[in-house]
Design a protein around this ligand. Structure first.
Ligand code: GLU
Length: 444
């Protein structure tokens, strides 16, 4: 089948999976030219095989709350592709989790992981369990119930889960504990583990730091200094926090943060001290970002996103489809020069079109947020060797990987007029490696 026919076919077979169609379309559009230059790919029906996950596990997760009431959620694991390494990808706990969301994430993960240069296939998992307002013991019981079903499908050389939205160090710890009990083995089956049981230094910081390392590479191509640049950051979880931390370290000024209820705008800039407050607020107390505005006396806008504010750089670090076409136009009108995505697929196709038409520096998440899974890959290596590397060692490897991803995007994405289409570059570079591996391994 031709690349674009595959999408029509997927729409017919999976009609309600809009996010999945969106992610597939973006990749197919980018790689069509390369794909058509390889008739052997079409003969092996490579695209169809690459777009449809290897397998999907879906299961019931039943758990008991603190009052003794019984609840049932859905649990999933999508093993998308293991052509270049064991399945690898995070677990998301959020009420919006559906097969479509996880299929798009597992698909994206496959290309992202390929870009990292490390041997990792693509996967994603999760549940529609909503961690908001749940006690630590409820979260623990849920994680244990989730793993009591999933454990038989994962393993250090099979499938290695990690965190994502709603799943951080605490949840990974609970899942790892239950997994270890059931398998009677201490292995590196999860990444993002605590430092006392095989976790890697810099893993919590990696997605945010990597995002800024990628941004710096993009700015370098234009000779732009990040110092003093005002940055619109969305989200307030792990990725947003460490994006801000690195921005501050580099002399930039983050001015916004958000959560699902609204956003704050702090014209004075979010300082290291204020960021410490946000980390405590979110991690320790699981509070709302509106409390930041009350504490520091700045603007809070309920039920809105920060894209109408004035800034030089936008770093969406919340969730998928959080910048639409209109918001992208507002960013362009306000003079934004670069967009570096910390979240997965935060810009809609209309928004991407606006950024690229305006010839802005625009990095898709699968390139700019690959730092997280990269350090997960480094955690796997350390676990296999049964050693731990220093902060400097991991951080310098992370920096090198982000620079390498940037180089590959430039190599495959530079257009005739010199504009770097990072979407095209990331998709082609990610695709070629997976495609070659699949071709070598026969029709399986
Ligand atoms: N959930 C993160 C991502 O979207 C990290 C995955 C991992 O470390 O396996 O890439």
């Amino acid at each position: 089948m031709k690349a674009i026919e595959v999408l029509e076919d997927l729409k017919r077979r999976f009609p309600h999976e809009q996010e999945y169609h969106q992610a597939v379309f973006e990749v197919l559009e980018s790689i069509e030219e390369v794909y058509n230059q390889h008739p052997e790919f079409e003969k092996a029906n490579l695209i169809e095989r690459l777009c449809i996950p290897d397998r999907i596990f879906s299961f019931r997760v039943t758990w008991v709350d603190d009052k003794g009431n019984t609840h049932t959620n859905m649990g999933y694991r999508i093993q998308h592709c293991n052509a270049i390494g064991p399945y690898k990808g995070g677990v998301r706990f959020h009420s919006s989790v559906s097969p479509s969301i996880l299929k798009f994430l597992a698909f994206e993960q496959t290309f992202k992981n390929s870009l990292t240069t490390l041997p990792m296939g693509g996967a994603k998992g999760g549940s529609d369990f909503n961690p908001k307002g749940k006690s630590a013991t409820e979260v623990m019981r849920f994680c244990q119930a989730f793993i009591s079903e999933l454990w038989r499908h994962i393993g250090p050389d099979t499938d290695v889960p990690a965190g994502d939205i709603g799943v951080g160090g605490r949840e990974v710890g609970y899942m790892f504990g239950m997994y270890k009990k059931l398998t009677r083995e201490f292995t590196g089956t999860f990444t993002g583990k605590g430092l006392t049981f095989g976790g890697s230094l810099i893993r919590p910081e990696a997605t945010g730091y990597g995002n800024v390392y990628f941004l710096l590479e993009m700015l370098k191509t234009k000779g732009i200094d990040i110092k003093g640049k005002r940055c619109l950051v969305s989200g307030s979880g792990n990725v947003a926090q460490y994006t801000c931390e690195k921005l501050i370290e580099m002399g930039a000024i983050p001015v916004t943060l958000s959560d699902s209820n609204g956003y704050i705008y702090d014209p004075e800039g979010i300082t290291t001290e204020k960021l410490e407050y946000v980390k405590e607020l979110k991690e320790l107390y699981r509070g709302r970002i509106s409390e930041y505005a009350e504490t520091y006396g700045c603007k809070y806008v309920a039920n809105a996103r920060p894209w109408g504010e004035k800034g030089d750089i936008a770093l969406p670090c919340a969730t998928q489809n959080e910048i639409n076409g209109e918001e992208a136009k507002a960013l362009v009108a306000n003079g934004v020069i670069a967009i570096s995505e910390g979240a997965n697929m935060p810009s809609t196709p209309e928004a991407i079109e606006v950024f690229q038409q305006a010839k802005l520096l625009y990095a898709p998440g699968k390139a700019s947020n690959a730092g997280g899974v990269s350090v997960s890959g480094l955690e796997m290596t350390q676990n296999s060797e049964r050693i731990s590397w220093s902060t400097e060692e991991v951080d310098s490897k992370l920096k090198w990987i982000m620079q390498n991803i940037h180089e590959n995007c430039v190599k495959y994405g530079t257009e005739a007029d010199g504009y770097v289409n990072y979407v095209k570059g990331a998709n082609i570079a990610g695709f070629i490696k997976v495609a070659r591996a699949m071709m070598s391994q026969g029709i399986i």
